[in-house]
Design a protein around this ligand. Structure first.
Ligand SMILES: C[S@@+](CC[C@H](N)C(=O)[O-])C[C@H]1O[C@@H](n2cnc3c(N)ncnc32)[C@H](O)[C@@H]1O
Ligand SMILES: [Zn+2]
Length: 277
């Protein structure tokens, strides 16, 4: 048996990986999780665990948009923030990881080191993709619950455009580690939000974020704003609208029509990257 750093969601004991059954995790009490054929684990089993997850179409749109690297400057900035803040950024947790795009860029940058990552997301379709990121265990989980990793077990906690469970981030952060929270600034995508039906994306004000984390004992140790223009064609615009929360409600046919009418656009990307320790 090989011990992992992942905790059993039922009894909080470490899960072991059976070398003979690489796709299976088990705890000493006999709770066992078998990977889906796409390689991810689902810890959200049983009653009361029906969530509105991002659909297959929404996750495919996110993957396609990210594959064109419009958010690559953000991925580079996240990697820099992680490697500058901690000397040993090797044990990573990505809470609300989506496809694992930012995690993958960070892991590639750390190549050759003893990197080990846990990606958590409530969407099975997202975890199918994140399971392909190397050195990563992808687990379907609700980040508002107790996170399936031990106290002080993570050098980097990554949290991009996803719910911030500050208490749990604090619990799992190792001494000398960093929690990186990425949010969209108010002017993010301002040129196309309204025409593409993307209204209602909540904005996190820096002051609110800081006070929420301060309540847990985590302090803001660095903050950076990143702004740049993106040249987006109609396919990008479709994916951009469909990959976000609006994707739950948008009619794809009508959206295709809207982006064709709109035509290619120059759109502002604007992000805040906040480091807590
Ligand atoms: C806007 S996406 C960002 C994904 C990824 N971090 C990225 O930037 O590409 C938000 C993600 O949070 C996930 N999410 C929302 N609520 C969640 C929860 N309670 N627990 C875990 N994941 C959640 C969604 O499924 C989605 O993948
Ligand atoms: Zn157990």
């Amino acid at each position: 048996m090989t011990s992992t750093s992942i905790l059993c969601p039922h009894c909080q004991q470490f899960l072991d990986r059976d070398p003979a059954r690489r796709n299976s995790l088990a705890c000493p009490d006999g709770h066992r999780f078998d990977a889906a054929k796409q390689g991810y684990f689902n810890f959200l089993t049983g009653k009361g665990t029906n969530f509105t997850e991002d659909s297959a179409g929404m996750v495919a749109a996110r993957d396609a948009f990210q594959a064109r690297h419009h958010y690559r400057p953000l991925a580079t900035a996240i990697t820099l923030a992680a490697t500058e803040a901690t000397a040993t950024p090797y044990r990573i947790l990505d809470a609300g990881a989506g496809t694992g795009y930012y995690l993958g860029v960070l892991i590639d940058a750390l190549a050759g080191n003893d990197t080990e990552a846990l990606a958590l997301d409530i969407s099975r379709y997202a975890m199918r993709r994140a399971a392909k990121v190397r050195r990563t265990t992808a687990v379907v989980w609700d980040v508002w619950r107790r996170l399936p990793t031990a106290d002080a077990s993570r050098d980097v906690v990554l949290n991009c455009f996803a719910p911030h469970n500050a208490d749990e981030f604090r619990r799992v952060l190792a001494p000398g580690g960093v929690c990186l929270v990425v949010t969209a600034l108010p002017e993010h995508l301002e040129q196309v939000r309204s025409p593409l039906g993307m209204l209602g994306i909540g904005q996190d004000k820096e002051s609110q974020l800081v006070s929420r984390f301060a309540d847990t004992g985590l302090e803001l140790t660095g903050s950076r704003e990143l702004r740049y223009p993106m040249q987006l064609d109609t396919e990008d615009l479709f994916n951009l609208a469909f990959m976000g929360p609006a994707g739950h409600h948008l009619d794809p046919d009508r959206l295709r029509h809207t982006v064709r009418e709109l035509g290619p656009q120059q759109v502002t990307a604007a992000f805040g990257i906040y480091s807590f320790a």
